[in-house]
Design a protein around this ligand. Structure first.
Ligand SMILES: C[S@@+](CC[C@H](N)C(=O)[O-])C[C@H]1O[C@@H](n2cnc3c(N)ncnc32)[C@H](O)[C@@H]1O
Length: 173
């Protein structure tokens, strides 16, 4: 699921065996339907604390008993230790992306002005992401009711350390 039509169109091109839904995770209402929910590639943290917590509650309610949640985020400690106020990326399709970053609210948020430069056009968008620490994520998952909460530093299951560039949390209903 993604709120952005463009991401859904792109995802559909990469795999025809998966059902892709354009939708808003703030509004999901699946009662005990899933064995596992994967929220990957920093797809969590785009709202205020109250709404972000409500989203985790919705994940919880959508899981079957013993179902699992996996949330994969950028590790704030990694960002703080090597903060770059400007990042330039050139992807395989020759799309240039320039990010101007600032940390806000005692480093709890990273605000990015993203400039996407295509052959004949330029797009700008502002992204504000809540940078949740390991401790804060633990508090949210525990509050919502998750058990057996574990943290990892990458998707292959390496131990989470401050230097990990990812922060992955796994919880069980
Ligand atoms: C960093 S991108 C990750 C994109 C993609 N899911 C992936 O794994 O490569 C974060 C994604 O979260 C999506 N997103 C943000 N708020 C959302 C919401 N309320 N409901 C669904 N998707 C949302 C954005 O549209 C964006 O595509």
């Amino acid at each position: 699921m993604d709120i952005s039509k463009d991401f859904i169109v792109y995802a559909k091109k990469t795999c025809n065996k998966t059902i892709f839904i354009k939708g808003d995770i703030r509004k999901i209402n699946y009662n005990k339907k899933y064995d596992i929910i994967l929220n990957l590639e920093t797809s969590f943290g785009y709202y205020n604390d109250k709404t972000n917590k409500e989203i985790v509650k919705k994940f919880y309610n959508s899981l079957k008993s013993k179902g699992r949640i996996i949330i994969e985020l950028i590790n704030p400690e990694y960002i703080y230790s090597d903060f770059k106020d400007k990042l330039i990326l050139l992807n395989q399709q020759n799309i240039k992306i320039i990010d101007h970053n600032i940390l806000q609210n005692q480093k709890k948020y990273i605000k990015t002005l993203r400039i996407i430069i295509l052959k004949n056009s330029t797009y700008k968008k502002i992204i504000k992401l809540r940078l949740y620490s390991k401790k804060e994520l633990l508090e949210i998952l525990e509050y919502v009711g998750f058990k057996k909460i574990k943290f990892y530093g990458d998707l292959s299951g390496r131990k989470y350390i401050n230097k990990s560039n990812r922060l992955i949390v796994v919880g069980q209903k």
